[in-house]
Design a protein around this ligand. Sequence first.
Ligand SMILES: [Zn+2]
Length: 529
Amino acid sequence: MTSKVDLAAAIGKRVSIRVRDGEGFRDLLGVLQDENSVVKKDGTVAPFSIDQIAYFRVVPVFNRANIEMNDLHLYETASRQLQKIEGELVRIYSCGPTVYRDAHIGNMRTFLLTDLIRRCLALNGIETISVSNITDVGHMSENLDGSDSGDKVLEEAARESVEPLAIARRYEERFHNDLAQLNIIPAHHYPRASENIEEIISSIDELIRIGSAYIGSDGNVYFDARSSDSYGFISGNKLDSLKPGHRYEYTGDGGKNFHADWALWKLAGKRSEMIWDSPWGAGFPGWHIECSAMSLTLLGDCVDIHVGGIDLRFPHHEDERAQTNALAGKEVVRNWIHGEHLLFEGKKMAKSAGNVLLVADIAARGLDPLALRLALLENRYRAQIDMTWQTITAADATLQRWRKAMASWGSSDEIKFDEEIHRHFMNDLETSKALLRLRSIEKDESIGIQDKRAIFLFADQVLALDLNREIAPAAEIELSSEALELLAQRAAARAAGNWAESDRIRDLLALEGITVRDGKDGQSWELRN
Ligand SMILES: [Zn+2]
Protein backbone atom coordinates (compact mmCIF):
# COMPACT_ATOMS: atom_id res chain seq x y z
CA MET A 1 0.00 0.00 0.00
CA THR A 2 1.49 3.32 -1.04
CA SER A 3 1.22 5.96 1.65
CA LYS A 4 0.90 9.70 1.29
CA VAL A 5 4.28 9.97 2.97
CA ASP A 6 5.95 7.78 0.29
CA LEU A 7 4.44 9.94 -2.41
CA ALA A 8 5.41 13.20 -0.77
CA ALA A 9 8.98 11.98 -0.44
CA ALA A 10 9.09 11.18 -4.14
CA ILE A 11 7.92 14.54 -5.48
CA GLY A 12 10.39 15.86 -8.03
CA LYS A 13 11.75 12.36 -8.61
CA ARG A 14 11.24 10.02 -11.52
CA VAL A 15 8.62 7.45 -10.69
CA SER A 16 6.95 4.45 -12.19
CA ILE A 17 3.33 4.11 -11.11
CA ARG A 18 0.80 1.45 -12.10
CA VAL A 19 -2.76 2.58 -11.50
CA ARG A 20 -5.95 0.52 -11.64
CA ASP A 21 -8.04 1.68 -14.55
CA GLY A 22 -11.43 -0.01 -14.80
CA GLU A 23 -10.73 -3.71 -15.31
CA GLY A 24 -7.08 -3.22 -16.28
CA PHE A 25 -4.04 -1.19 -15.40
CA ARG A 26 -2.36 1.93 -16.72
CA ASP A 27 1.37 2.64 -16.36
CA LEU A 28 2.60 6.15 -15.68
CA LEU A 29 6.25 6.93 -16.09
CA GLY A 30 7.57 10.41 -15.48
CA VAL A 31 8.41 12.98 -12.86
CA LEU A 32 6.09 13.08 -9.89
CA GLN A 33 4.78 16.64 -9.83
CA ASP A 34 2.68 16.38 -6.70
CA GLU A 35 0.73 13.70 -4.88
CA ASN A 36 -1.82 13.46 -7.67
CA SER A 37 0.02 13.88 -10.96
CA VAL A 38 2.96 12.80 -13.05
CA VAL A 39 4.59 14.88 -15.81
CA LYS A 40 5.26 12.53 -18.69
CA LYS A 41 8.06 12.67 -21.23
CA ASP A 42 5.98 14.60 -23.75
CA GLY A 43 5.18 17.23 -21.13
CA THR A 44 1.56 16.15 -20.57
CA VAL A 45 0.33 15.83 -17.03
CA ALA A 46 -1.26 12.54 -16.04
CA PRO A 47 -3.49 12.75 -12.99
CA PHE A 48 -4.15 9.85 -10.64
CA SER A 49 -5.41 9.36 -7.15
CA ILE A 50 -3.58 7.58 -4.38
CA ASP A 51 -6.21 4.85 -3.89
CA GLN A 52 -5.83 3.83 -7.55
CA ILE A 53 -2.18 2.89 -7.11
CA ALA A 54 -1.39 -0.79 -7.53
CA TYR A 55 2.33 -0.36 -7.75
CA PHE A 56 4.65 2.53 -7.08
CA ARG A 57 8.37 2.97 -7.22
CA VAL A 58 10.94 5.72 -7.52
CA VAL A 59 13.03 5.00 -10.61
CA PRO A 60 16.54 4.79 -9.24
CA VAL A 61 18.39 4.88 -12.52
CA PHE A 62 17.68 7.64 -14.92
CA ASN A 63 15.99 6.51 -18.07
CA ARG A 64 17.36 8.89 -20.65
CA ALA A 65 14.64 8.34 -23.18
CA ASN A 66 12.10 9.83 -20.86
CA ILE A 67 13.37 13.34 -20.30
CA GLU A 68 15.36 13.94 -23.44
CA MET A 69 15.27 17.72 -23.12
CA ASN A 70 16.68 17.83 -19.66
CA ASP A 71 19.87 15.84 -19.93
CA LEU A 72 22.94 17.44 -18.47
CA HIS A 73 24.98 19.26 -21.08
CA LEU A 74 28.49 20.51 -20.39
CA TYR A 75 30.89 22.68 -22.37
CA GLU A 76 33.58 20.35 -23.62
CA THR A 77 37.00 21.90 -24.14
CA ALA A 78 38.33 19.83 -27.06
CA SER A 79 35.20 20.10 -29.23
CA ARG A 80 34.41 23.63 -27.99
CA GLN A 81 30.78 22.60 -27.86
CA LEU A 82 28.11 21.62 -25.38
CA GLN A 83 28.04 17.86 -25.06
CA LYS A 84 25.30 15.71 -23.65
CA ILE A 85 26.48 13.58 -20.75
CA GLU A 86 25.23 10.09 -21.44
CA GLY A 87 25.16 6.76 -19.70
CA GLU A 88 23.61 5.25 -16.62
CA LEU A 89 26.87 5.22 -14.71
CA VAL A 90 29.12 8.19 -15.36
CA ARG A 91 32.83 7.83 -14.58
CA ILE A 92 34.53 11.04 -13.48
CA TYR A 93 38.21 11.69 -12.94
CA SER A 94 39.22 14.99 -11.33
CA CYS A 95 42.78 16.17 -11.02
CA GLY A 96 43.19 16.55 -7.29
CA PRO A 97 45.30 18.69 -5.02
CA THR A 98 49.02 18.82 -4.53
CA VAL A 99 49.47 18.46 -0.82
CA TYR A 100 52.40 20.61 0.25
CA ARG A 101 50.14 23.56 1.01
CA ASP A 102 46.49 24.36 1.65
CA ALA A 103 44.14 24.43 -1.32
CA HIS A 104 42.96 28.01 -1.82
CA ILE A 105 39.46 29.06 -2.81
CA GLY A 106 40.41 29.02 -6.51
CA ASN A 107 41.37 25.34 -6.20
CA MET A 108 38.17 24.69 -4.28
CA ARG A 109 36.21 26.15 -7.19
CA THR A 110 37.48 23.30 -9.40
CA PHE A 111 36.52 20.67 -6.83
CA LEU A 112 33.10 22.32 -6.58
CA LEU A 113 32.71 21.83 -10.34
CA THR A 114 32.93 18.05 -9.96
CA ASP A 115 30.44 18.24 -7.10
CA LEU A 116 27.92 20.20 -9.20
CA ILE A 117 28.23 17.72 -12.06
CA ARG A 118 27.64 14.79 -9.72
CA ARG A 119 24.68 16.44 -8.01
CA CYS A 120 23.04 17.34 -11.34
CA LEU A 121 23.46 13.80 -12.60
CA ALA A 122 22.07 12.44 -9.33
CA LEU A 123 19.05 14.70 -9.78
CA ASN A 124 18.40 12.84 -13.04
CA GLY A 125 18.87 9.50 -11.34
CA ILE A 126 22.29 8.91 -12.89
CA GLU A 127 24.95 7.34 -10.74
CA THR A 128 28.52 8.52 -10.80
CA ILE A 129 31.80 7.00 -9.80
CA SER A 130 34.33 9.63 -8.93
CA VAL A 131 38.10 9.50 -8.54
CA SER A 132 40.32 12.36 -7.45
CA ASN A 133 44.05 11.86 -7.09
CA ILE A 134 46.22 13.16 -4.31
CA THR A 135 49.56 14.32 -5.68
CA ASP A 136 51.93 13.75 -2.80
CA VAL A 137 55.03 13.21 -4.89
CA GLY A 138 56.48 14.11 -8.23
CA HIS A 139 55.08 17.11 -9.93
CA MET A 140 55.96 19.64 -7.29
CA SER A 141 59.37 20.09 -8.81
CA GLU A 142 57.76 21.47 -11.96
CA ASN A 143 56.32 24.91 -11.56
CA LEU A 144 53.87 26.06 -14.19
CA ASP A 145 56.11 28.97 -15.07
CA GLY A 146 58.79 26.50 -16.11
CA SER A 147 61.17 27.01 -13.27
CA ASP A 148 62.37 24.04 -11.28
CA SER A 149 62.42 25.00 -7.66
CA GLY A 150 62.71 21.54 -6.12
CA ASP A 151 60.12 19.29 -4.57
CA LYS A 152 57.83 21.40 -2.42
CA VAL A 153 56.95 18.56 -0.06
CA LEU A 154 60.63 17.97 0.59
CA GLU A 155 61.26 21.70 1.02
CA GLU A 156 58.38 22.07 3.45
CA ALA A 157 59.46 18.93 5.33
CA ALA A 158 63.02 20.23 5.66
CA ARG A 159 61.73 23.59 6.87
CA GLU A 160 59.60 21.97 9.54
CA SER A 161 62.00 19.08 10.28
CA VAL A 162 59.33 16.42 9.81
CA GLU A 163 58.88 13.44 7.51
CA PRO A 164 57.82 14.44 3.99
CA LEU A 165 54.80 12.17 4.05
CA ALA A 166 53.67 13.68 7.35
CA ILE A 167 53.47 17.05 5.58
CA ALA A 168 51.52 15.52 2.73
CA ARG A 169 49.08 13.76 5.07
CA ARG A 170 48.50 16.89 7.10
CA TYR A 171 47.55 18.97 4.05
CA GLU A 172 45.52 16.10 2.68
CA GLU A 173 43.47 16.01 5.88
CA ARG A 174 42.94 19.77 5.69
CA PHE A 175 41.86 19.40 2.08
CA HIS A 176 39.16 16.88 3.08
CA ASN A 177 38.05 19.20 5.84
CA ASP A 178 37.72 22.10 3.39
CA LEU A 179 35.66 19.94 1.03
CA ALA A 180 33.31 19.04 3.88
CA GLN A 181 32.92 22.70 4.87
CA LEU A 182 31.77 23.46 1.33
CA ASN A 183 29.36 20.49 1.19
CA ILE A 184 31.38 18.88 -1.59
CA ILE A 185 30.49 15.19 -1.80
CA PRO A 186 33.62 13.08 -1.30
CA ALA A 187 34.95 11.11 -4.26
CA HIS A 188 34.78 7.33 -4.14
CA HIS A 189 38.54 7.04 -4.36
CA TYR A 190 41.39 9.36 -3.45
CA PRO A 191 44.42 7.48 -4.77
CA ARG A 192 47.76 8.78 -3.56
CA ALA A 193 50.58 8.88 -6.08
CA SER A 194 53.01 7.58 -3.45
CA GLU A 195 50.85 4.46 -3.02
CA ASN A 196 50.52 3.75 -6.74
CA ILE A 197 54.19 3.65 -7.69
CA GLU A 198 53.91 0.05 -8.88
CA GLU A 199 51.09 0.94 -11.29
CA ILE A 200 53.01 3.99 -12.46
CA ILE A 201 56.17 1.97 -13.10
CA SER A 202 54.31 -0.70 -15.05
CA SER A 203 52.61 2.02 -17.15
CA ILE A 204 56.00 3.53 -18.00
CA ASP A 205 57.36 0.07 -18.77
CA GLU A 206 54.49 -0.53 -21.17
CA LEU A 207 54.98 2.86 -22.85
CA ILE A 208 58.62 1.97 -23.52
CA ARG A 209 57.60 -1.45 -24.82
CA ILE A 210 55.14 0.00 -27.34
CA GLY A 211 57.59 2.65 -28.49
CA SER A 212 55.89 5.69 -26.96
CA ALA A 213 58.65 6.31 -24.43
CA TYR A 214 62.42 6.02 -24.29
CA ILE A 215 65.33 6.27 -21.90
CA GLY A 216 67.07 9.59 -22.44
CA SER A 217 70.78 10.23 -22.56
CA ASP A 218 70.61 11.37 -18.93
CA GLY A 219 68.96 8.11 -17.77
CA ASN A 220 65.52 9.63 -17.20
CA VAL A 221 62.55 8.11 -19.03
CA TYR A 222 60.74 10.43 -21.45
CA PHE A 223 57.49 10.26 -23.36
CA ASP A 224 58.02 10.66 -27.08
CA ALA A 225 55.58 13.46 -27.92
CA ARG A 226 55.89 12.80 -31.66
CA SER A 227 54.50 9.29 -31.11
CA SER A 228 51.13 10.90 -30.39
CA ASP A 229 49.56 11.76 -33.75
CA SER A 230 46.83 13.89 -32.28
CA TYR A 231 48.88 15.84 -29.76
CA GLY A 232 47.14 19.21 -29.32
CA PHE A 233 43.64 17.71 -29.50
CA ILE A 234 42.47 19.37 -26.27
CA SER A 235 44.36 22.63 -26.22
CA GLY A 236 45.09 23.25 -29.88
CA ASN A 237 48.82 23.37 -29.09
CA LYS A 238 50.16 21.29 -31.96
CA LEU A 239 53.73 20.05 -31.75
CA ASP A 240 54.93 21.93 -34.82
CA SER A 241 53.86 25.23 -33.28
CA LEU A 242 55.50 24.54 -29.91
CA LYS A 243 58.83 26.25 -29.88
CA PRO A 244 61.78 25.01 -27.85
CA GLY A 245 62.03 26.91 -24.59
CA HIS A 246 58.26 27.28 -24.34
CA ARG A 247 57.16 27.74 -20.75
CA TYR A 248 56.16 24.10 -20.30
CA GLU A 249 59.76 23.11 -20.67
CA TYR A 250 61.44 22.93 -17.32
CA THR A 251 65.10 22.65 -16.62
CA GLY A 252 66.83 19.40 -15.78
CA ASP A 253 65.54 17.72 -18.91
CA GLY A 254 68.74 17.72 -20.86
CA GLY A 255 68.53 14.12 -21.97
CA LYS A 256 65.44 14.16 -24.13
CA ASN A 257 65.31 13.79 -27.90
CA PHE A 258 62.76 16.47 -28.68
CA HIS A 259 61.93 19.69 -26.88
CA ALA A 260 58.25 18.81 -26.32
CA ASP A 261 58.96 15.39 -24.76
CA TRP A 262 58.37 15.15 -21.02
CA ALA A 263 59.74 13.08 -18.17
CA LEU A 264 57.88 9.98 -16.98
CA TRP A 265 60.54 8.80 -14.52
CA LYS A 266 63.25 10.97 -13.05
CA LEU A 267 66.38 9.58 -11.50
CA ALA A 268 66.92 10.45 -7.86
CA GLY A 269 70.20 12.27 -8.34
CA LYS A 270 71.11 13.79 -4.98
CA ARG A 271 67.65 13.22 -3.64
CA SER A 272 67.39 10.62 -0.86
CA GLU A 273 63.77 10.89 0.26
CA MET A 274 60.50 10.08 -1.57
CA ILE A 275 62.31 7.91 -4.11
CA TRP A 276 61.55 4.39 -5.27
CA ASP A 277 63.41 1.60 -7.05
CA SER A 278 62.57 1.09 -10.70
CA PRO A 279 63.99 -0.78 -13.72
CA TRP A 280 65.66 2.52 -14.69
CA GLY A 281 67.20 3.22 -11.29
CA ALA A 282 65.97 4.80 -8.07
CA GLY A 283 63.88 7.88 -8.70
CA PHE A 284 60.38 9.27 -8.75
CA PRO A 285 57.56 9.65 -11.29
CA GLY A 286 56.68 12.70 -13.34
CA TRP A 287 53.37 14.32 -12.53
CA HIS A 288 51.44 13.64 -15.76
CA ILE A 289 51.97 9.86 -15.66
CA GLU A 290 50.45 9.69 -12.16
CA CYS A 291 47.03 10.68 -13.47
CA SER A 292 47.20 8.27 -16.44
CA ALA A 293 48.17 5.30 -14.28
CA MET A 294 45.66 5.99 -11.55
CA SER A 295 42.71 6.75 -13.82
CA LEU A 296 43.34 3.59 -15.88
CA THR A 297 43.66 1.53 -12.70
CA LEU A 298 40.51 2.80 -11.03
CA LEU A 299 38.20 3.78 -13.90
CA GLY A 300 39.44 1.61 -16.76
CA ASP A 301 39.71 2.72 -20.37
CA CYS A 302 36.47 4.70 -20.48
CA VAL A 303 36.28 7.97 -18.58
CA ASP A 304 33.11 9.96 -19.28
CA ILE A 305 34.24 13.23 -17.74
CA HIS A 306 37.70 14.49 -16.90
CA VAL A 307 37.65 17.63 -14.75
CA GLY A 308 40.37 20.11 -13.93
CA GLY A 309 41.21 23.78 -13.64
CA ILE A 310 41.79 25.64 -16.90
CA ASP A 311 45.52 25.89 -16.14
CA LEU A 312 45.76 22.08 -16.41
CA ARG A 313 44.46 22.04 -19.99
CA PHE A 314 48.01 22.38 -21.24
CA PRO A 315 50.41 20.73 -20.84
CA HIS A 316 49.07 18.47 -18.07
CA HIS A 317 45.91 17.20 -19.76
CA GLU A 318 47.44 17.13 -23.22
CA ASP A 319 50.29 14.98 -21.90
CA GLU A 320 47.99 12.86 -19.80
CA ARG A 321 45.79 12.17 -22.82
CA ALA A 322 48.77 11.17 -25.00
CA GLN A 323 49.97 8.68 -22.37
CA THR A 324 46.56 7.27 -21.47
CA ASN A 325 45.50 6.78 -25.08
CA ALA A 326 48.82 5.12 -25.94
CA LEU A 327 48.38 2.70 -23.03
CA ALA A 328 44.73 1.92 -23.80
CA GLY A 329 45.05 1.96 -27.57
CA LYS A 330 41.95 4.14 -27.82
CA GLU A 331 40.47 7.51 -26.96
CA VAL A 332 39.80 7.11 -23.24
CA VAL A 333 38.25 10.41 -22.13
CA ARG A 334 34.94 11.43 -23.67
CA ASN A 335 34.63 14.91 -22.24
CA TRP A 336 37.30 17.31 -20.99
CA ILE A 337 35.68 19.87 -18.68
CA HIS A 338 37.63 22.84 -17.35
CA GLY A 339 36.76 25.33 -14.64
CA GLU A 340 37.89 28.94 -14.88
CA HIS A 341 40.20 30.80 -12.57
CA LEU A 342 39.26 33.26 -9.98
CA LEU A 343 40.91 36.44 -8.90
CA PHE A 344 40.72 37.68 -5.36
CA GLU A 345 40.26 41.40 -4.81
CA GLY A 346 41.26 42.00 -8.43
CA LYS A 347 44.49 40.00 -8.34
CA LYS A 348 45.66 36.50 -9.03
CA MET A 349 46.08 34.73 -5.71
CA ALA A 350 49.74 34.24 -4.96
CA LYS A 351 51.75 33.70 -1.85
CA SER A 352 54.05 36.52 -2.92
CA ALA A 353 51.10 38.92 -3.26
CA GLY A 354 49.87 37.86 0.19
CA ASN A 355 46.31 37.45 -1.07
CA VAL A 356 45.82 33.68 -0.87
CA LEU A 357 42.38 33.06 0.60
CA LEU A 358 41.59 29.76 2.32
CA VAL A 359 38.27 28.31 3.41
CA ALA A 360 39.49 28.62 6.99
CA ASP A 361 39.90 32.39 6.56
CA ILE A 362 36.20 32.70 5.86
CA ALA A 363 35.17 30.95 9.06
CA ALA A 364 37.71 33.03 10.96
CA ARG A 365 35.81 36.16 9.87
CA GLY A 366 32.68 34.71 11.40
CA LEU A 367 31.18 33.95 7.99
CA ASP A 368 29.62 30.66 6.99
CA PRO A 369 31.95 28.75 4.62
CA LEU A 370 28.86 27.98 2.55
CA ALA A 371 28.71 31.72 1.81
CA LEU A 372 31.74 31.03 -0.37
CA ARG A 373 29.87 28.21 -2.09
CA LEU A 374 26.96 30.58 -2.77
CA ALA A 375 29.30 33.34 -3.96
CA LEU A 376 30.92 30.89 -6.39
CA LEU A 377 27.54 29.65 -7.63
CA GLU A 378 26.57 33.23 -8.52
CA ASN A 379 28.81 32.71 -11.56
CA ARG A 380 28.90 29.86 -14.00
CA TYR A 381 31.97 27.66 -13.57
CA ARG A 382 33.55 28.75 -16.83
CA ALA A 383 33.30 32.47 -16.21
CA GLN A 384 36.18 34.21 -14.52
CA ILE A 385 35.33 35.61 -11.11
CA ASP A 386 36.80 38.46 -9.17
CA MET A 387 35.97 37.32 -5.65
CA THR A 388 35.98 39.93 -2.92
CA TRP A 389 35.29 40.00 0.80
CA GLN A 390 32.27 42.13 -0.02
CA THR A 391 30.84 39.41 -2.29
CA ILE A 392 31.36 36.70 0.32
CA THR A 393 29.85 38.86 3.06
CA ALA A 394 26.83 39.64 0.87
CA ALA A 395 26.42 35.93 0.12
CA ASP A 396 26.53 35.20 3.84
CA ALA A 397 23.70 37.67 4.41
CA THR A 398 21.64 36.06 1.61
CA LEU A 399 22.24 32.64 3.12
CA GLN A 400 21.03 33.78 6.53
CA ARG A 401 17.99 35.46 4.99
CA TRP A 402 17.04 32.37 3.03
CA ARG A 403 17.42 30.08 6.02
CA LYS A 404 15.20 32.36 8.09
CA ALA A 405 12.66 32.49 5.27
CA MET A 406 12.73 28.70 4.97
CA ALA A 407 12.01 28.35 8.69
CA SER A 408 9.11 30.79 8.36
CA TRP A 409 7.73 28.80 5.43
CA GLY A 410 7.05 25.74 7.56
CA SER A 411 8.79 22.49 8.26
CA SER A 412 7.71 20.14 5.48
CA ASP A 413 10.34 18.05 3.73
CA GLU A 414 8.32 18.07 0.54
CA ILE A 415 10.35 18.70 -2.58
CA LYS A 416 8.81 20.29 -5.63
CA PHE A 417 10.32 19.86 -9.06
CA ASP A 418 10.85 23.23 -10.71
CA GLU A 419 11.21 22.95 -14.46
CA GLU A 420 13.05 26.25 -14.88
CA ILE A 421 15.64 25.60 -12.19
CA HIS A 422 16.19 22.09 -13.51
CA ARG A 423 16.70 23.49 -17.01
CA HIS A 424 19.30 25.99 -15.76
CA PHE A 425 21.21 23.29 -13.91
CA MET A 426 21.22 20.99 -16.92
CA ASN A 427 22.26 23.76 -19.30
CA ASP A 428 25.96 23.62 -18.54
CA LEU A 429 25.46 24.30 -14.82
CA GLU A 430 23.92 27.72 -15.16
CA THR A 431 23.74 28.11 -11.41
CA SER A 432 23.62 31.91 -11.58
CA LYS A 433 20.26 31.75 -13.36
CA ALA A 434 18.95 29.12 -10.95
CA LEU A 435 19.76 31.54 -8.12
CA LEU A 436 17.96 34.38 -9.92
CA ARG A 437 14.92 32.14 -10.20
CA LEU A 438 15.07 31.46 -6.45
CA ARG A 439 15.20 35.19 -5.75
CA SER A 440 12.13 35.79 -7.88
CA ILE A 441 10.28 32.90 -6.19
CA GLU A 442 11.20 34.36 -2.82
CA LYS A 443 9.53 37.67 -3.74
CA ASP A 444 6.59 36.28 -5.71
CA GLU A 445 3.46 36.67 -3.60
CA SER A 446 1.43 34.51 -5.93
CA ILE A 447 3.43 31.46 -4.84
CA GLY A 448 2.35 29.83 -1.59
CA ILE A 449 4.89 29.47 1.17
CA GLN A 450 4.69 25.65 1.12
CA ASP A 451 5.56 25.72 -2.56
CA LYS A 452 8.36 28.22 -2.02
CA ARG A 453 9.85 25.99 0.61
CA ALA A 454 9.44 22.88 -1.55
CA ILE A 455 11.12 24.54 -4.56
CA PHE A 456 14.00 25.85 -2.43
CA LEU A 457 14.51 22.30 -1.17
CA PHE A 458 14.49 21.04 -4.74
CA ALA A 459 17.17 23.54 -5.76
CA ASP A 460 19.22 22.82 -2.65
CA GLN A 461 19.81 19.26 -3.85
CA VAL A 462 22.34 20.81 -6.25
CA LEU A 463 23.11 24.14 -4.58
CA ALA A 464 23.79 22.35 -1.27
CA LEU A 465 23.66 25.53 0.78
CA ASP A 466 21.94 23.88 3.77
CA LEU A 467 18.95 26.15 3.20
CA ASN A 468 16.98 24.02 5.60
CA ARG A 469 19.48 24.51 8.39
CA GLU A 470 17.77 25.50 11.58
CA ILE A 471 18.53 28.93 12.85
CA ALA A 472 17.97 29.26 16.53
CA PRO A 473 16.27 32.55 17.36
CA ALA A 474 18.80 34.70 19.18
CA ALA A 475 16.50 35.67 22.03
CA GLU A 476 15.99 32.09 23.15
CA ILE A 477 19.61 31.12 23.42
CA GLU A 478 21.59 31.60 26.53
CA LEU A 479 25.18 32.49 25.91
CA SER A 480 27.86 31.68 28.40
CA SER A 481 28.89 34.51 30.68
CA GLU A 482 32.29 34.53 28.95
CA ALA A 483 30.67 35.04 25.57
CA LEU A 484 28.43 37.80 26.92
CA GLU A 485 31.47 39.45 28.41
CA LEU A 486 33.29 39.29 25.05
CA LEU A 487 30.30 40.81 23.28
CA ALA A 488 30.26 43.65 25.77
CA GLN A 489 34.01 44.20 25.38
CA ARG A 490 33.61 44.25 21.61
CA ALA A 491 30.80 46.81 21.76
CA ALA A 492 33.02 48.96 23.96
CA ALA A 493 35.97 48.58 21.59
CA ARG A 494 33.83 49.65 18.65
CA ALA A 495 32.45 52.60 20.56
CA ALA A 496 36.04 53.65 21.21
CA GLY A 497 36.95 53.21 17.54
CA ASN A 498 39.39 50.41 18.37
CA TRP A 499 38.79 48.31 15.24
CA ALA A 500 41.75 45.99 15.68
CA GLU A 501 40.50 44.99 19.12
CA SER A 502 36.94 44.58 17.90
CA ASP A 503 38.15 42.33 15.05
CA ARG A 504 40.22 40.30 17.48
CA ILE A 505 37.20 39.71 19.73
CA ARG A 506 35.02 38.91 16.73
CA ASP A 507 37.50 36.16 15.78
CA LEU A 508 37.45 34.81 19.34
CA LEU A 509 33.65 34.68 19.27
CA ALA A 510 33.77 32.97 15.85
CA LEU A 511 35.80 30.18 17.44
CA GLU A 512 32.88 29.65 19.84
CA GLY A 513 30.50 29.44 16.89
CA ILE A 514 29.13 32.93 17.44
CA THR A 515 28.81 35.12 14.37
CA VAL A 516 28.77 38.84 15.07
CA ARG A 517 27.36 41.36 12.63
CA ASP A 518 27.46 45.12 12.68
CA GLY A 519 24.40 47.04 11.63
CA LYS A 520 23.19 50.55 12.11
CA ASP A 521 21.67 49.55 15.45
CA GLY A 522 24.97 48.21 16.72
CA GLN A 523 26.18 44.62 16.80
CA SER A 524 23.97 41.57 16.61
CA TRP A 525 24.97 37.94 16.93
CA GLU A 526 23.93 34.50 15.89
CA LEU A 527 24.91 31.06 17.10
CA ARG A 528 25.83 28.59 14.37
CA ASN A 529 24.85 25.02 14.96
ZN1 LIG B 1 45.82 15.15 -13.52
